[in-house]
Design a protein around this ligand. Structure first.
Ligand SMILES: *[C@@H]1O[C@H](CO)[C@@H](O)[C@H](O)[C@H]1NC(C)=O
Ligand SMILES: *[C@@H]1O[C@H](CO)[C@@H](O)[C@H](O)[C@H]1NC(C)=O
Ligand SMILES: *[C@@H]1O[C@H](CO)[C@@H](O)[C@H](O)[C@H]1NC(C)=O
Ligand SMILES: *[C@@H]1O[C@H](CO)[C@@H](O)[C@H](O)[C@H]1NC(C)=O
Ligand SMILES: *[C@@H]1O[C@H](CO)[C@@H](O)[C@H](O)[C@H]1NC(C)=O
Ligand SMILES: *[C@@H]1O[C@H](CO)[C@@H](O)[C@H](O)[C@H]1NC(C)=O
Length: 214
Protein backbone atom coordinates (compact mmCIF):
# COMPACT_ATOMS: atom_id res chain seq x y z
CA UNK A 1 0.00 0.00 0.00
CA UNK A 2 1.03 3.60 -0.54
CA UNK A 3 1.96 5.76 2.46
CA UNK A 4 -1.31 7.64 1.91
CA UNK A 5 -3.35 4.42 2.15
CA UNK A 6 -1.62 3.56 5.41
CA UNK A 7 -2.51 6.99 6.74
CA UNK A 8 -6.20 6.53 5.83
CA UNK A 9 -6.17 3.10 7.43
CA UNK A 10 -4.62 4.47 10.62
CA UNK A 11 -7.20 7.29 10.80
CA UNK A 12 -10.07 4.86 10.21
CA UNK A 13 -8.73 2.55 12.94
CA UNK A 14 -8.37 5.45 15.40
CA UNK A 15 -11.93 6.64 14.72
CA UNK A 16 -13.25 3.11 15.16
CA UNK A 17 -11.42 2.74 18.47
CA UNK A 18 -12.76 6.10 19.68
CA UNK A 19 -16.36 5.20 18.84
CA UNK A 20 -16.04 1.75 20.40
CA UNK A 21 -14.68 3.12 23.69
CA UNK A 22 -17.37 5.83 23.75
CA UNK A 23 -19.92 3.05 23.37
CA UNK A 24 -18.37 0.91 26.10
CA UNK A 25 -18.26 3.67 28.72
CA UNK A 26 -21.33 5.87 28.11
CA UNK A 27 -21.15 7.49 31.57
CA UNK A 28 -17.64 8.82 30.93
CA UNK A 29 -18.08 12.52 30.23
CA UNK A 30 -14.58 13.88 30.82
CA UNK A 31 -13.41 16.82 32.93
CA UNK A 32 -13.30 19.24 29.96
CA UNK A 33 -17.02 18.80 29.31
CA UNK A 34 -17.76 19.21 33.02
CA UNK A 35 -15.84 22.48 33.06
CA UNK A 36 -17.76 23.78 30.02
CA UNK A 37 -21.12 22.75 31.50
CA UNK A 38 -20.36 24.38 34.88
CA UNK A 39 -19.63 27.65 33.06
CA UNK A 40 -22.60 27.32 30.70
CA UNK A 41 -25.00 26.72 33.60
CA UNK A 42 -23.36 29.42 35.76
CA UNK A 43 -22.26 27.10 38.57
CA UNK A 44 -19.17 29.21 37.93
CA UNK A 45 -19.61 31.78 39.51
CA UNK A 46 -22.72 30.80 41.54
CA UNK A 47 -20.91 28.09 43.56
CA UNK A 48 -17.25 28.24 42.50
CA UNK A 49 -15.10 31.19 41.44
CA UNK A 50 -13.34 28.85 38.99
CA UNK A 51 -13.48 25.16 38.07
CA UNK A 52 -10.60 23.19 36.56
CA UNK A 53 -11.48 19.52 37.11
CA UNK A 54 -8.93 16.81 36.38
CA UNK A 55 -11.27 13.80 36.73
CA UNK A 56 -14.85 12.80 35.99
CA UNK A 57 -17.30 12.42 38.90
CA UNK A 58 -20.07 9.94 38.21
CA UNK A 59 -23.23 9.92 40.34
CA UNK A 60 -25.82 7.14 40.06
CA UNK A 61 -29.10 6.85 41.94
CA UNK A 62 -30.46 3.34 42.43
CA UNK A 63 -34.17 3.17 43.04
CA UNK A 64 -36.82 0.49 42.73
CA UNK A 65 -34.69 -1.80 40.58
CA UNK A 66 -33.46 0.78 38.11
CA UNK A 67 -30.73 3.39 38.05
CA UNK A 68 -30.36 6.98 36.92
CA UNK A 69 -27.04 8.63 36.14
CA UNK A 70 -26.09 12.28 36.49
CA UNK A 71 -25.07 13.72 33.12
CA UNK A 72 -24.09 17.40 33.42
CA UNK A 73 -27.48 19.03 33.81
CA UNK A 74 -29.78 16.23 32.67
CA UNK A 75 -33.27 16.43 34.18
CA UNK A 76 -33.68 13.63 36.71
CA UNK A 77 -37.11 12.64 38.12
CA UNK A 78 -37.26 13.51 41.81
CA UNK A 79 -38.92 10.16 42.57
CA UNK A 80 -35.69 8.36 41.55
CA UNK A 81 -33.54 10.31 44.01
CA UNK A 82 -34.80 8.90 47.32
CA UNK A 83 -31.52 7.11 48.14
CA UNK A 84 -28.03 8.53 48.39
CA UNK A 85 -26.34 8.20 45.00
CA UNK A 86 -23.20 6.14 44.40
CA UNK A 87 -20.23 8.20 43.26
CA UNK A 88 -17.51 6.99 40.92
CA UNK A 89 -14.27 8.29 39.39
CA UNK A 90 -13.95 6.36 36.10
CA UNK A 91 -10.75 8.13 35.00
CA UNK A 92 -8.75 8.25 38.25
CA UNK A 93 -4.96 8.43 37.87
CA UNK A 94 -2.56 6.16 39.81
CA UNK A 95 -1.27 9.18 41.73
CA UNK A 96 -4.72 9.74 43.25
CA UNK A 97 -5.92 6.14 43.49
CA UNK A 98 -5.09 5.75 47.21
CA UNK A 99 -6.16 9.21 48.37
CA UNK A 100 -9.00 9.94 50.75
CA UNK A 101 -11.77 12.06 49.25
CA UNK A 102 -14.56 14.40 50.30
CA UNK A 103 -17.88 14.46 48.43
CA UNK A 104 -20.32 17.37 48.64
CA UNK A 105 -23.76 17.90 47.12
CA UNK A 106 -25.26 21.39 47.20
CA UNK A 107 -28.24 23.23 45.73
CA UNK A 108 -27.64 26.90 44.88
CA UNK A 109 -31.27 27.47 43.76
CA UNK A 110 -33.37 27.25 46.92
CA UNK A 111 -36.19 28.17 47.19
CA UNK A 112 -36.06 29.30 43.53
CA UNK A 113 -33.26 30.04 41.05
CA UNK A 114 -34.66 33.59 40.77
CA UNK A 115 -34.44 34.27 44.53
CA UNK A 116 -32.15 31.68 46.15
CA UNK A 117 -32.10 33.42 49.50
CA UNK A 118 -31.66 30.28 51.66
CA UNK A 119 -28.98 28.75 49.41
CA UNK A 120 -26.82 26.86 49.24
CA UNK A 121 -28.64 23.90 50.73
CA UNK A 122 -26.21 21.23 51.89
CA UNK A 123 -27.64 17.94 50.54
CA UNK A 124 -24.64 15.81 51.43
CA UNK A 125 -21.18 16.29 52.89
CA UNK A 126 -18.86 13.47 53.80
CA UNK A 127 -15.18 12.60 54.01
CA UNK A 128 -13.32 9.31 54.36
CA UNK A 129 -14.18 8.19 50.81
CA UNK A 130 -11.74 5.63 49.38
CA UNK A 131 -11.76 4.15 45.90
CA UNK A 132 -12.62 0.49 45.44
CA UNK A 133 -12.01 -0.06 41.74
CA UNK A 134 -13.71 3.14 40.48
CA UNK A 135 -16.37 3.47 43.17
CA UNK A 136 -16.10 5.86 46.13
CA UNK A 137 -16.82 3.98 49.35
CA UNK A 138 -17.18 5.85 52.65
CA UNK A 139 -15.02 4.63 55.52
CA UNK A 140 -16.46 7.13 58.00
CA UNK A 141 -19.92 8.49 58.78
CA UNK A 142 -21.05 11.53 56.77
CA UNK A 143 -20.85 14.99 58.37
CA UNK A 144 -24.20 15.76 56.80
CA UNK A 145 -26.34 12.82 55.66
CA UNK A 146 -28.06 12.73 52.29
CA UNK A 147 -31.13 14.95 52.09
CA UNK A 148 -33.34 14.22 49.07
CA UNK A 149 -33.89 17.06 46.58
CA UNK A 150 -37.32 18.65 47.10
CA UNK A 151 -37.76 21.80 45.00
CA UNK A 152 -40.86 23.67 46.23
CA UNK A 153 -44.01 23.68 44.13
CA UNK A 154 -43.90 26.34 41.43
CA UNK A 155 -40.11 26.55 41.32
CA UNK A 156 -38.08 26.17 38.15
CA UNK A 157 -35.71 23.15 38.23
CA UNK A 158 -32.78 23.42 40.67
CA UNK A 159 -29.14 22.62 39.87
CA UNK A 160 -28.08 19.86 42.30
CA UNK A 161 -24.31 19.88 42.19
CA UNK A 162 -21.74 17.25 43.20
CA UNK A 163 -18.13 18.17 43.97
CA UNK A 164 -15.11 16.01 44.77
CA UNK A 165 -12.16 17.20 46.88
CA UNK A 166 -9.08 15.57 48.31
CA UNK A 167 -9.50 15.32 52.09
CA UNK A 168 -7.17 17.47 54.20
CA UNK A 169 -5.88 16.83 57.75
CA UNK A 170 -7.94 19.90 58.76
CA UNK A 171 -11.25 18.30 57.66
CA UNK A 172 -13.70 18.77 60.57
CA UNK A 173 -15.61 16.13 62.51
CA UNK A 174 -18.89 18.06 62.53
CA UNK A 175 -20.69 20.93 60.83
CA UNK A 176 -23.46 23.26 62.09
CA UNK A 177 -26.81 21.46 61.92
CA UNK A 178 -28.58 23.92 59.61
CA UNK A 179 -28.49 22.85 55.97
CA UNK A 180 -29.27 26.41 54.81
CA UNK A 181 -26.94 29.20 53.76
CA UNK A 182 -24.09 26.77 53.26
CA UNK A 183 -21.11 27.86 51.13
CA UNK A 184 -19.01 24.99 49.77
CA UNK A 185 -16.27 27.36 48.55
CA UNK A 186 -15.95 28.94 51.99
CA UNK A 187 -15.97 25.47 53.57
CA UNK A 188 -13.22 24.23 51.21
CA UNK A 189 -11.19 27.35 51.94
CA UNK A 190 -11.61 27.11 55.72
CA UNK A 191 -10.59 23.43 55.85
CA UNK A 192 -7.86 23.66 53.18
CA UNK A 193 -9.42 21.17 50.75
CA UNK A 194 -7.91 22.87 47.72
CA UNK A 195 -9.78 23.20 44.42
CA UNK A 196 -12.42 20.63 43.46
CA UNK A 197 -10.94 17.71 41.51
CA UNK A 198 -14.18 16.79 39.72
CA UNK A 199 -17.86 17.72 39.56
CA UNK A 200 -21.21 16.90 38.03
CA UNK A 201 -24.79 18.14 38.36
CA UNK A 202 -28.40 17.38 37.52
CA UNK A 203 -31.58 19.38 37.26
CA UNK A 204 -34.55 18.28 39.33
CA UNK A 205 -37.97 19.84 38.86
CA UNK A 206 -40.74 20.56 41.33
CA UNK A 207 -44.03 18.70 41.28
CA UNK A 208 -46.42 19.95 38.64
CA UNK A 209 -49.14 22.15 40.12
CA UNK A 210 -52.22 23.57 38.47
CA UNK A 211 -52.23 26.86 40.38
CA UNK A 212 -48.57 27.67 39.77
CA UNK A 213 -47.86 31.00 38.11
CA UNK A 214 -44.23 30.40 37.16
C1 LIG B 1 -1.85 2.28 46.16
O1 LIG B 1 -2.12 1.14 46.94
C2 LIG B 1 -1.85 -0.08 46.29
C3 LIG B 1 -2.33 -1.23 47.14
O2 LIG B 1 -2.06 -1.02 48.50
C4 LIG B 1 -0.34 -0.15 45.98
O3 LIG B 1 -0.06 -1.34 45.29
C5 LIG B 1 0.04 1.06 45.13
O4 LIG B 1 1.44 1.08 44.92
C6 LIG B 1 -0.38 2.36 45.78
N1 LIG B 1 -0.16 3.46 44.85
C7 LIG B 1 0.40 4.62 45.20
C8 LIG B 1 0.58 5.63 44.12
O5 LIG B 1 0.74 4.86 46.34
C1 LIG C 1 -36.63 34.86 50.85
O1 LIG C 1 -37.40 35.59 49.94
C2 LIG C 1 -38.80 35.31 50.03
C3 LIG C 1 -39.53 35.99 48.89
O2 LIG C 1 -39.12 37.32 48.78
C4 LIG C 1 -39.31 35.74 51.41
O3 LIG C 1 -40.68 35.44 51.51
C5 LIG C 1 -38.54 34.97 52.46
O4 LIG C 1 -38.89 35.42 53.75
C6 LIG C 1 -37.02 35.17 52.27
N1 LIG C 1 -36.35 34.25 53.18
C7 LIG C 1 -35.26 34.58 53.85
C8 LIG C 1 -34.67 33.52 54.73
O5 LIG C 1 -34.73 35.68 53.73
C1 LIG D 1 -21.08 4.99 55.31
O1 LIG D 1 -22.26 5.75 55.11
C2 LIG D 1 -23.45 5.06 55.46
C3 LIG D 1 -24.62 5.89 55.01
O2 LIG D 1 -24.45 7.21 55.33
C4 LIG D 1 -23.43 4.78 56.94
O3 LIG D 1 -24.60 4.11 57.32
C5 LIG D 1 -22.21 3.94 57.27
O4 LIG D 1 -22.12 3.74 58.65
C6 LIG D 1 -20.94 4.61 56.76
N1 LIG D 1 -19.82 3.69 56.91
C7 LIG D 1 -18.87 3.85 57.83
C8 LIG D 1 -17.79 2.81 57.82
O5 LIG D 1 -18.87 4.77 58.62
C1 LIG E 1 -44.01 16.07 45.41
O1 LIG E 1 -44.79 14.87 45.32
C2 LIG E 1 -44.31 13.83 46.16
C3 LIG E 1 -45.12 12.59 45.93
O2 LIG E 1 -46.08 12.79 44.95
C4 LIG E 1 -44.37 14.28 47.62
O3 LIG E 1 -43.85 13.27 48.44
C5 LIG E 1 -43.54 15.54 47.79
O4 LIG E 1 -43.63 16.01 49.09
C6 LIG E 1 -44.01 16.62 46.82
N1 LIG E 1 -43.12 17.77 46.90
C7 LIG E 1 -43.49 18.95 47.37
C8 LIG E 1 -42.47 20.02 47.34
O5 LIG E 1 -44.59 19.16 47.77
C1 LIG F 1 -18.84 31.90 49.49
O1 LIG F 1 -17.49 31.86 49.89
C2 LIG F 1 -16.59 32.39 48.93
C3 LIG F 1 -15.17 32.08 49.41
O2 LIG F 1 -14.99 32.50 50.73
C4 LIG F 1 -16.86 33.87 48.75
O3 LIG F 1 -15.99 34.42 47.80
C5 LIG F 1 -18.31 34.03 48.28
O4 LIG F 1 -18.65 35.39 48.20
C6 LIG F 1 -19.27 33.36 49.24
N1 LIG F 1 -20.60 33.37 48.67
C7 LIG F 1 -21.65 33.87 49.32
C8 LIG F 1 -22.95 33.82 48.60
O5 LIG F 1 -21.55 34.32 50.44
C1 LIG G 1 -47.15 20.34 45.97
O1 LIG G 1 -47.94 19.70 44.97
C2 LIG G 1 -48.25 18.34 45.28
C3 LIG G 1 -48.94 17.71 44.09
O2 LIG G 1 -49.46 18.63 43.20
C4 LIG G 1 -49.11 18.31 46.54
O3 LIG G 1 -49.43 16.97 46.86
C5 LIG G 1 -48.32 18.94 47.69
O4 LIG G 1 -49.10 19.02 48.85
C6 LIG G 1 -47.86 20.35 47.32
N1 LIG G 1 -46.93 20.81 48.36
C7 LIG G 1 -47.00 22.02 48.89
C8 LIG G 1 -45.94 22.33 49.89
O5 LIG G 1 -47.85 22.85 48.59
Amino acid sequence: MSPRSWLYLAIAAALHLASVSAFLIPSFVGPERAKEAFIQWKLVPDILSSFNPIFTLGATWHFDGHKVQAELGKLVPRADTANRPTWTIPDISPKYANKTFVVAMVDPDDPTPQNPNISQIRHFLGGGFKLQRQTLVNTTAALSEYFQPTPPNGSDPHRYTFLLYEQSPEFPTSVPASLRLFNISAFAEQYKLGPPLAGNFVHIAANKTTNSTS
